[in-house]
Ligand binder design. Structure first.
Ligand SMILES: C[S@@+](CC[C@H](N)C(=O)[O-])C[C@H]1O[C@@H](n2cnc3c(N)ncnc32)[C@H](O)[C@@H]1O
Length: 307
């Protein structure tokens, strides 16, 4: 890290590892529904009939429920998403970083595919869920052993992650839906910023950290949705994409991820009919690549920062 970056990052808290030793003590403080099964007797460690996605539209109507995955953590992503990204953009033994790890979906997938995982979150209760769900054995000779480490910290300052040490970064930030509705809350949680501008500015700090830590030629992906204000579309995801291009990434893919939480009835369905707007039922999954200084990037000019 350069001294300028170090200075800039001092305003965000440093990373601190949460070891397995604290798990036993803290497990009891978790809500029952957040705990992984007490006996880690797992019926299925792998998905059945898993097929790698091959188009730019992904649609997982049924969330995967293998290993210790559960769909009950607020805003968790379907395990099919990290699985696709891990298989396509990393290999066995690689190191994967999820700086907003939540309930640990990415690290569970890293563990059952033989990748080493580093997870970070500002919310200690999310990390306990993660640790608890990572507390299972992979009793399959075909899956190489891996290490899964969990840290409390801020994605805008990953001071314990070395420069260019990460093979794949996977990011699933909090949705900006609540922005502006929680004015005055002072928290490192990026859902509590007071404006879209601030959200984008802070996410740019995350983009810089991802660029610093990812190895040249390797990938970083982010899943992010848009929202609506005053019956108009707010294209947050495209602003975030520009942030990632701005710090130096190239755009490898833009996947449309179908969302299944839009009901045909209920409050928003009625509103959308009354006020003539469409219900947002997708998110964008961008895949970026950090160029290698050795490569000729001039030919990629149309997939890079254009302004
Ligand atoms: C959408 S959730 C991630 C869910 C995760 N993919 C899963 O499957 O459980 C977003 C997470 O980002 C965390 N978060 C918010 N602001 C953060 C920050 N500045 N640094 C690190 N984590 C942050 C939240 O605490 C939350 O757990």
């Amino acid at each position: 890290m350069t001294s300028k970056t170090k200075k800039n990052n001092q305003k965000y808290s440093s990373m601190q590892e949460i070891g397995k030793d604290v798990l036993g003590k803290l497990k009891t403080s978790l809500k029952k529904e957040d705990r992984a099964p007490e006996e880690t007797k797992i019926e299925r460690i792998q998905p059945e009939d898993f097929k790698l996605e091959h188009t730019t539209v992904w649609n997982f109507q049924k969330r995967g429920d293998w290993a210790t995955h559960k769909g009950d953590f607020r805003g968790n992503w379907a395990p099919q998403i990290p699985r696709n990204l891990l298989l396509r953009y990393s290999k066995v033994g690689d190191t994967v970083l999820d700086p907003m790890v939540g309930s640990g979906t990415t690290l569970i997938e890293a563990k059952v595919t033989g990748r080493n995982g580093i997870g970070l979150d500002v919310d200690p209760s999310a990390l306990l869920v993660s640790l608890s769900r990572l507390d299972f054995d992979v009793s399959d000779d075909d899956i190489p052993e891996s290490s899964q480490k969990v840290f409390i910290g801020d994605a805008r300052n990953m001071d314990l992650v070395e420069n260019e040490s990460i093979d794949l970064g996977l990011i699933h930030p909090p949705q900006p839906d609540y922005i502006g509705n929680v004015n005055g809350r002072n928290s490192a949680d990026l859902s509590f910023v007071s404006s879209f501008d601030e959200y984008c500015k802070e996410m740019k700090e995350v983009a810089k950290e991802m660029f610093r830590t990812i190895k040249p030629g390797k990938y970083c992906s982010i899943l992010i949705g848009d929202t609506r204000r005053h019956k108009h579309y707010v294209p947050i995801s495209h602003r975030i994409m520009q942030n990632f291009l701005d710090v130096g990434f190239t755009l490898k893919e833009n996947v449309i991820k179908r969302q299944w939480n839009c009901s045909q009835s209920g409050f928003w369905a009625r509103r959308s009919k009354r006020d003539n707007f469409l219900l947002i039922s997708h998110k964008n999954l961008f895949v970026f690549r950090k160029p290698d200084p050795e490569e000729d990037i001039a030919k990629l000019e149309n997939s890079m920062k254009w302004w």
